[in-house]
Design a protein around this ligand. Structure first.
Ligand code: URP
Ligand code: ZN
Ligand code: ZN
Length: 472
């Protein structure tokens, strides 16, 4: 099953690659895997994850091993996370004192990712901008990093002003790079957060009430407009508002090179989840919106207005004071409890790297909202194309990496924490009845997931240098 068609075939794997694709291939019986009656799809490509990410005096609780293992159990064999732009300490001799150094920052992330269990690559967070950084942006291409993430929110921390985003877009255009944009209105958020705190409004729902959806909508249009003016390509991450889908459609109809991603959480949940006693579990930025937004985002997927489903996987424990067992070890990592009396101190983010494909299959394919081929496009082929990995990844083609999922579309599971390898103490889809689940997962021809059994290894994942991507 590919993004284009579904067909009957054998697949021959040699030297980590798919070497032949044809009916009735011969090989010795010891090395055959019988997948009859099952679907075979290219391994999932998750374009948006945050592993081992420092935030609010803690760190996202999956690292490049545990997060990758969880990804594999959900059918994903490639993921991309974001390098934090930082500088060496002033006494290290590299002399750039807080300005941001790409090579140093990438080295830090490479070190973290030495334990990788699936293939991976990086995006660069462009959270500072000056002449030196502007000159150095093209050097990222030589490192195999063709994507810059810019933020129109998180004032005083990650945000770039519009002029800097505009300049970054021109540099990206001239160097075959893609700008990814986190779209919210930082000034409005700053104003509303300050007012909420003064008024003593500190519960979880204020996270959403102080980050209004119209800020996401105007910011999406603003960034897409700058893409139009500069003729650069833009990818809007974690789209959460129905009206953002309308903006994307409007700009795409006018030939602007703008693409969009949503994440499973924005298809099901709303601000009401934040009003629950355990509302902190749903805190991420941008926040959950309304049922009408869920529905319009689904339409965005069905109608091919949106190109990908990523996860924005950035898990934190709900109660990080209590250890959980992971591979036989008791591990506690500070999490959402840090903000139990103040929503501004709750680490932003939630788990999803394993959930993405099984949840989307059951709620999207089984309900007829998207076709099976659209499912492959959204979860694997489109991200591989947009991010310069196709056809090495995201394809079942002769010469592609043998990243393969045998998918049992009839398998029924009661999903939740007990089935999850995400290193956290909750699952957003607890108790959901799913039909369709990965049975076997191969990374470059090596079996890494066999039913409930983990056969992958720390360090087996490879860094992927990416090329110029496609505009879809
Ligand atoms: O809440 C989230 N999404 N945390 C990760 C950072 C980001 O903005 O994607
Ligand atoms: Zn973001
Ligand atoms: Zn993110």
């Amino acid at each position: 099953m590919t993004a284009e068609k579904t067909f009957q075939s054998d697949i021959l794997i040699e030297d980590e690659k798919i070497s032949r694709l044809a009916p009735d291939l011969e090989t010795d019986s010891d090395h055959q895997i019988d997948a009859s009656g099952k679907l075979i799809l290219p391994g999932g490509v998750d374009p948006h994850v945050h592993l081992d990410l420092p935030m609010f005096n803690t760190v996202s609780s999956d690292d490049h091993y545990t997060g990758h293992k969880a990804a594999a159990f959900g059918g994903t064999t490639t993921c991309m996370d974001f390098v934090v732009l930082e500088s060496p300490s002033p006494d290290s001799g590299r002399g750039d004192r807080g300005q941001g150094n790409f090579q140093y920052s990438v080295d830090v992330w490479m070190k973290k990712a030495e334990k990788a269990a699936i293939d991976y690559s990086f995006h660069m967070n462009l959270t500072r901008f000056n002449e030196k950084i502007a000159k150095e942006i093209p050097s990222l291409m030589k490192m195999g990093i063709q994507t810059l993430k810019v933020f129109t929110a998180y004032n005083g921390r990650l945000r770039l002003d519009d002029g800097s985003i505009f300049k970054a877009l021109r540099i990206a255009r001239d160097n075959g790079m893609l700008v990814m944009a986190h779209c919210e209105n930082g000034d409005v958020i700053e104003t509303l957060v300050n007012e909420a705190l003064v008024a003593g409004h500190k519960s979880s729902e204020y996270h959403a009430l102080t980050r209004p959806g119209w800020g996401a909508v105007e910011s999406t249009l603003r960034v897409a407009s700058m893409a139009a003016e500069t003729e650069a390509s833009v990818y809007i991450v974690h789209m959460n508002m129905g009206s953002e889908v309308d903006m994307l459609n409007y700009m795409r109809e006018r030939g602007v090179k703008v693409m969009g991603e949503t994440c499973p959480q924005y298809l099901f949940f709303t601000i009401d989840n934040l009003r629950q006693a355990d509302g902190a579990k749903w805190i991420c930025s941008p926040p959950m919106r309304s049922k009408a937004d869920n529905e319009r985002l689904w339409e965005g997927l069905s109608e091919n207005i949106l190109q990908t489903v990523g996860t924005d996987h950035c898990p934190f424990y709900f109660d990080g004071t209590k250890p959980i067992m992971y591979e036989g070890e008791a591990i506690a990592i500070a999490g959402k409890e840090l903000g139990k009396d103040d929503f501004t101190k709750i680490p932003n983010g939630l788990p999803g790297i394993q959930d993405r494909m099984p949840i989307l299959w059951s709620t999207g394919v089984n309900t007829g909202k998207i076709t099976k081929n659209q499912f492959v496009a959204l979860t694997s082929t489109n991200p591989a194309k947009i991010f310069g990995l196709y056809p090495q990844k995201g394809a079942l083609m002769e010469g592609s990496d043998a990243d393969i999922v045998i998918w049992d579309e009839n398998k029924k599971v009661k999903y939740g924490l007990a089935m999850s390898y995400q290193r956290t103490d909750y699952n957003l889809y607890e108790g959901w009845e799913l039909t369709g689940y990965p049975e076997k997962v191969f990374l470059r021809g090596k079996l890494i997931v066999d039913g409930n059994e983990w056969k992958g290894k720390r360090g087996d994942g490879k860094f992927l240098k990416r090329n110029v991507g496609a505009v879809l």
